[in-house]
Design a protein around this ligand. Structure first.
Ligand code: HSE
Length: 345
C-alpha cells in the first residue's frame, strides 16, 4: 500500500507522527507493506509546502521544532491554505491534527469532510469533529470509500477503537467507563497529597497536558467529548458533548478527596458510556467515589484508563498514556496500519 500523505496541522501531534514515520519506515514496509511519502504540510503558524514528488519530512520536523516556519525548505508550491492543500496535493491520506474546538468542530470538520468527499483516507486525533459530526463523517466515509480513523481522540495512542479490529474483534461491549482526562486525574492525585488545585493545574499546563482553555478539562468538557465519541462509536448514538450529563472537578474539595481515602477509596473523574435499560445509548461524566479494589482507583497522575465490559472476556481494563507527542503520534501510526489492513481485505 502506498500512502501519499498530507499533514493538515504540524504541531506537537503532527510532528510526533512524523518522528514515528521516519523511525519506523523499514518496519512499515517489511511488516505491513506500507510505503509512504509526504506530499504536503499545511500549518496555520508554520506555513505550507507542497510537492507531489515528496518533501523532506526530517527537514520539516527540524525546522518546525526550531520554531521556524517550514516555507524555507524545498518544495514545488508554498503558501496554500488547508483546504487548497487537501484538494490540490494529490494526497490519498490526510492527517488532520489542527486544534480542538468542541463548539462547532471547525476548522477540522471542514478539512475532514473535504478529504472524505474526495475519497481520501483520514486519520485524526481531533476530538471536535469526531465528537460533533461522527455520524455524518462516517456516512461520507462509507459512501466515498476513504477510511476514517480517530484512535487518538480517546487515550491518545493507547488502544481503544483499533482494539476492536484486532484482539477484541467480535466482542460485544455493554459499557465503558474510565479516566480519559490526564489533567484532572493529575489534579485529583496531587490533591490527595495536600496540594492545591490551582498549583497542580499550572503543572499540567507546563507539561502540555491541559487544553488551551483549561476549563475544558476541569469542567469536564474534554471528558464529555470523549464520552460522546465512545457512545457514538460503540453504541450507535448521535450524542454531542453538550448532551452528555456532565460534572467536572471544580466543585471537588480537598476534604472530599482526603475523606474518600479515609473511607478506603478514591474520587476520580469518571467518563462513562453505556446502553440503558431500553437499549438507548447513554453518556455521562462525573466525579465518582471508587473502592480501592476497582482497577481505576489506582490510576494516578496523568495516566488514563478505560474498563470495557464485554460479552466475551468480562471486564478488560486498558491503562496507558492519554496525551503527549510520541503517544498521540503513535495513534496516527496505528490508524495508518488499521487503514492499510482494511484495504487489504
Ligand atoms: N487535555 C487532555 C488531558 C489532553 O488532560 O487529558 C488529551 O486529550
Amino acid at each position: 500500500m502506498r500512502f501519499d500523505i498530507a499533514f493538515i496541522g504540524f504541531g506537537t501531534v503532527g510532528r510526533g507522527f512524523a518522528d514515528l514515520l521516519l523511525e519506523k519506515r523499514e518496519l512499515l514496509k517489511k511488516a505491513y507493506g506500507i510505503e509512504w511519502k509526504v506530499v504536503a504540510i499545511s500549518d496555520i503558524k508554520g506555513g505550507s509546502v507542497m510537492d507531489p514528488k515528496g518533501i523532506d519530512l526530517a527537514e520539516a520536523v527540524r525546522l518546525a521544532d526550531s520554531g521556524n516556519g517550514i516555507e524555507g525548505m524545498g518544495g514545488e508550491k508554498k503558501g496554500l491554505g488547508a483546504l487548497e492543500t487537501i484538494r490540490e496535493s494529490g494526497a490519498n491520506f490526510v492527517v488532520e491534527v489542527t486544534w480542538t474546538n468542541i463548539k462547532d468542530g471547525e476548522p477540522g470538520y471542514s478539512h475532514i469532510k473535504a478529504a472524505l468527499e474526495m475519497g481520501k483516507h483520514v486519520a485524526t486525533t481531533n476530538k471536535g469533529p469526531i465528537s460533533l459530526h461522527y455520524r455524518e463523517l462516517m456516512r461520507i466515509s462509507s459512501e466515498r470509500g476513504g477510511r476514517l480513523r480517530f484512535e487518538g481522540t480517546v487515550l491518545s495512542g493507547t488502544p481503544v477503537f483499533n482494539l476492536f479490529d484486532g484482539p477484541l474483534a467480535a466482542s460485544g461491549v455493554s459499557s465503558i467507563r474510565g479516566i480519559v482526562n490526564g489533567t484532572t486525574n493529575l489534579i485529583l492525585s496531587e490533591m490527595e497529597k495536600g496540594r492545591t488545585y490551582s498549583e497542580v493545574l499550572k503543572e499540567a499546563q507546563r507539561m502540555g497536558y491541559a487544553e488551551a482553555d483549561p476549563t475544558m478539562d476541569v469542567e469536564g468538557w474534554d471528558a464529555a467529548a470523549k464520552a460522546a465519541i465512545l457512545a457514538n462509536h460503540f453504541f450507535g448514538a448521535d450524542i454531542k458533548p453538550d448532551a452528555v450529563a456532565r460534572r467536572g472537578i471544580s466543585g471537588v474539595t480537598l476534604e472530599e478527596v482526603t475523606g474518600a481515602i479515609r473511607k478506603g477509596g478514591r474520587i476520580k473523574l469518571i467518563a462513562k458510556a453505556w446502553r440503558g435499560d431500553r437499549g438507548e445509548a447513554r453518556a455521562e461524566v462525573a466525579p465518582t467515589w471508587l473502592p480501592a479494589s476497582d482497577p481505576l482507583a489506582s490510576i494516578g497522575g496523568v495516566t488514563n484508563a478505560l474498563t470495557f465490559s464485554t460479552d466475551t472476556l468480562g471486564d478488560i481494563t486498558i491503562v496507558g498514556p492519554g496525551a503527549g507527542r510520541r503517544a498521540t503520534g503513535y495513534a496516527l501510526l496505528s490508524d495508518m496500519i488499521s487503514i492499510a489492513r482494511s484495504l487489504a481485505h
